[in-house]
Design a protein around this ligand. Structure first.
Ligand SMILES: *Cc1c(COP(=O)(O)O)cnc(C)c1O
Length: 356
């Protein structure tokens, strides 16, 4: 028997979440972002739930090829563009759309031998200062791209730093409009947060990622309450042992937790080698037998320990949900000081995953 730990991917939830994204940006086409192996869900497993999208966005050429093998004939966007001249052969072979964010990439396109022009998303750095041309240099880059024989359609693209937080997108929208003034072409600006919360940024294409997996762009569960998103992954396990611990005794490595009373502790088959964060502190929520309780003691490589005080009938074999349908991943992430994105991407190779 394998360990009782597994991840379940909910195909219907993915389809539901794509529909929620569409409802928020009804006039835009959607790049469903499936980078990082579909945010840890598995590209092939996520694909059936997301195939009603208009296109897929990702980073990795191998993942792009895999999507073609899965039968996807529609648009695929390389969100970071390409890195070497030989990458352009793959772009050509699989008819990929690529971001272009610097002169080195434009030069490679100018030198490339292609069977047909490549559609590009010309990226503007509108304030995030990661990838792209500044507004001042944008028109010149666009003109150079337009003059390049290997370039087909040019979409205008930028990315937001604060679409999920207080600063918002106004400062970047203003730069974008300045840099793109008078330039024709479709526009692609919005990530999940802007898809939900900034209709002014929707334009022709939106690029949601995290909301497709049912988590919050801000990392706060309450921020997506009531809009109908559903968790697309449930990480579940079982209790493999129960300990009765006397008052004053400690639990696990480093003795970080001391029982304040006589208590029952459940040992769960899930540890940091499975992708469950070792920095999860005491109090991180865990569901045992349908009842919300908390992590106590340090997460070890293959196991973690939970307080069974609220679930006195739990025993070996009791079902444990680490996150998922009944426990928002963002609640777990928040306890760890991170966001749902990081936890879902970290699920380890050794965890069996199945789609339902
Ligand atoms: C990852 C990514 C997205 C999706 O971001 P979410 O916050 O998950 O919606 C959109 N655009 C680009 C360029 C990205 O790299």
């Amino acid at each position: 028997m394998p360990r009782p730990l597994s991840a379940t991917i909910h195909t219907a939830a993915l389809a539901n979440n794509l529909a929620v994204a569409r409802k928020h940006a009804p006039k835009s086409k959607i790049w469903a972002v499936v980078k990082a192996n579909a945010y840890g869900h598995g590209l092939a497993r996520a694909f059936p739930g997301l195939r009603a999208t208009d296109g897929f966005g990702l980073l990795d050429l191998e993942e792009a090829a895999k999507l073609r093998e899965l039968g996807w004939a529609g648009p695929i966007l390389l969100l970071e563009g390409f890195f070497r001249p030989t990458d352009i052969d793959v772009i050509d072979r699989y008819s990929l759309t690529t971001a272009v964010h610097c002169d080195e990439q434009l030069r490679m396109l100018e030198m490339a031998r292609l069977s047909k022009p490549v559609n590009i998303q010309l990226k503007m750095n509108s304030g995030m200062n990661r990838l792209g041309y500044t507004p001042e240099r944008y028109r010149a880059a666009w003109e150079r791209a337009r003059a390049c024989q290997g370039v087909g359609q040019i979409t205008l693209m930028t990315h937001f730093s604060d679409a999920d937080s207080e600063r918002g997108i106004a400062y970047q929208l203003e730069s974008f409009e300045r840099g793109a003034e008078g330039i024709a072409g479709a526009r692609s600006l919005a990530n999940s947060a802007a898809t939900l919360w900034h209709p002014a940024a929707h334009f022709d294409w939106v690029r949601p990622g995290i909301i497709l997996y049912g988590a919050s762009p801000s990392g706060v569960t309450a921020d997506i309450a009531g809009i109908g998103l559903r968790p697309a992954m449930t990480l579940s396990s079982e209790l493999i042992a129960v300990q009765s611990v006397d008052k004053g005794h400690t639990i696990g490595y480093g003795s970080t937790y001391t029982a304040g009373k006589q208590m029952k502790i459940g040992v769960v088959a899930c540890g940091y080698a499975d992708g469950y964060s070792r920095i999860a502190p005491e109090g991180t929520p865990v569901i045992v037998d349908g009842i919300r309780t908390k992590l106590v003691g340090r997460v070890s490589m293959d196991m973690l320990t939970v307080d069974l005080t609220p679930c006195p009938t739990a025993g070996v074999g009791s079902r444990v949900e680490l996150w998922g349908a009944n426990l928002p991943i963002d609640d777990v992430a928040q306890a760890c000081g991170t966001i749902g994105y990081e936890l879902m991407c970290a699920v380890a190779q050794r965890v069996p995953v199945r789609a339902e």
